[in-house]
Design a protein around this ligand. Structure first.
Ligand code: KG4
Ligand code: ZN
Length: 409
């Protein structure tokens, strides 16, 4: 049941959302309560299928979603200990993404919303990635948030049971800490780094998005994937580079920073720079195709290239974030979102540089690792914050999908 309760002058919205995500190659469903509390989170990844091909094949992805979607939703409900009666709303990713993949998730959500008579919320994929930073899989099981207008006000009367929970009993003080005071605060800067997007977004409050920087060509995740191919590393390239770079020297090869004005990015030149540097290092002509290069590289050279590329990509991102902070010194938080936010090197670089640039004032947030990549819990979080921002449910009979759409309020 979906209820609004007036507590003094604040409103608590109590809401359990069944969320569905199928924009690329993960079929996912989750139940999220009040935007932060995960009751269940099921992700079936197709990564093993596509490892053999070195990338996603859209038609295969759509067929795999079709096979997985209903069992995944059933499991999300049963893991949450709920039936359809216990769900207040349904949320689904409807843009951006692969058309066939989006279609399976949205058609399923539309059908369930109609059959079960539940409100349906259509969520933008990048919003979801940003709101992954609000998810809490810790022990803070009873954590109402108090809202005045659109801003989260730190809970004055947190109902968090963490301090008396099993976390304390087990001596785990980190988990026992009440997380409600650790949520990102507005205004904030968000860095979205995924396979398809690289953007800096300014948020004055919940569900208010202003894109202040974007890539003019490749996304940084795409660049990680392409450089991994040049180095003969497996798909997906980001985690493979992250691991391989641990053995390498990040200063071994000097790679160029693209000269793009303002807060925009360009990553296609960096990918080509790695290709040319590998060809030169191996004494090969520039016509040598990338799939030929691996056999000419020693293991150490490969690791040095992975580390040097990763170091340069992280420097570029951190530099632009510092510029964004100079323009928005009022920002209280920085949230990093999207698949590349799993990068250990990026986490370190961004935390160090931005903390230093802000004199320790800016709080830097990353999603828990399991919420960095595509999942449905983040869709449930984003939908909840749309609800409390006054967004109306969508019409389940007419909801459409779109492969590319910019994030908007
Ligand atoms: O957000 P995501 O899971 O899917 C999209 O919405 O695109 O992002 C996928 C991207 C891929 O390019 C993948 O290589 C990259 O995130 N990625 C990483 C890491 N884990 C995933 N990049 C760098 N380091 C990682 N550890
Ligand atoms: Zn994503």
């Amino acid at each position: 049941m979906f209820w609004l309760v007036l507590v003094y002058y604040d409103i608590i919205v109590v809401m359990k959302i069944l969320a569905i995500e199928s924009s690329c190659d993960e079929t996912a469903a989750a139940v999220v309560e009040d935007g932060v509390q995960i009751l269940s989170n099921v992700v079936v990844s197709q990564v093993d299928i596509f490892a053999a091909y070195g990338g996603v094949i859209p038609e295969v992805a759509a067929r795999s979603h079709l096979e997985a979607i209903l069992p995944v939703i059933e499991k999300a409900l049963s893991d949450a200990g709920l039936t359809k009666e216990g769900i207040d709303a349904i949320a689904v990713t409807h843009t951006p993404g692969l058309l066939g993949s989006l279609l399976i998730g949205t058609l399923t959500a539309r059908m369930l919303a109609i059959l079960w008579g539940k409100p349906l919320y259509a969520v933008h994929h990048l919003k979801s990635h940003i709101y992954a930073n609000w998810l809490n899989s810790g022990n803070c099981v009873e954590k109402p948030l108090y809202f005045s207008g659109h801003d989260v006000v730190p809970a004055r009367r947190c109902g968090c049971r963490a301090s008396s929970s099993s976390a304390v009993a087990s001596g785990d003080s980190r988990k026992a800490q009440c997380l409600s005071t650790q949520l990102p605060e507005f205004p904030l800067l968000a860095l979205v780094v995924s396979g398809g997007h690289t953007q800096i977004i300014y948020m004055r409050g919940h569900n208010q998005f202003e894109i202040i920087g974007t890539t003019r060509d490749d996304a940084v995740g795409e660049c990680f994937d392409k450089v991994a191919k040049i180095l003969g590393l497996p798909y997906p390239g980001g985690p493979a580079i992250d691991k391989c770079a641990l053995q390498g020297n990040p200063k071994a090869y000097k790679l160029p920073h693209p000269q793009v004005e303002g807060l925009d990015f360009s990553f296609s030149g960096l990918k080509t720079a790695v290709l040319r540097a590998v060809q030169a290092e191996c004494g090969l002509p520039i016509t040598t195709p990338s799939y030929e290069l691996k056999k000419h590289l020693t293991e150490q050279q490969g690791a040095d290239f992975a580390a040097s590329f990763q170091y340069t990509a992280c420097e570029i991102l951190a530099e632009k974030l510092k510029m964004a902070l100079r323009d928005h010194q009022e920002a209280k938080s920085l949230v990093v979102a999207g698949g590349v936010s799993a990068s250990a090197a990026l986490r370190k670089k961004v935390t160090e540089s931005l903390s230093e640039a802000s004199g320790g004032k800016l709080k830097v947030y990353f999603p828990e690792l399991k919420f960095s990549g595509d999942n449905a819990a983040m869709v449930g979080a984003a939908a909840y914050f749309e609800v409390i921002s006054g967004v109306e449910p969508t019409d389940p009979y007419t909801l459409s999908i779109a492969p590319r759409t910019a994030i908007t309020d």
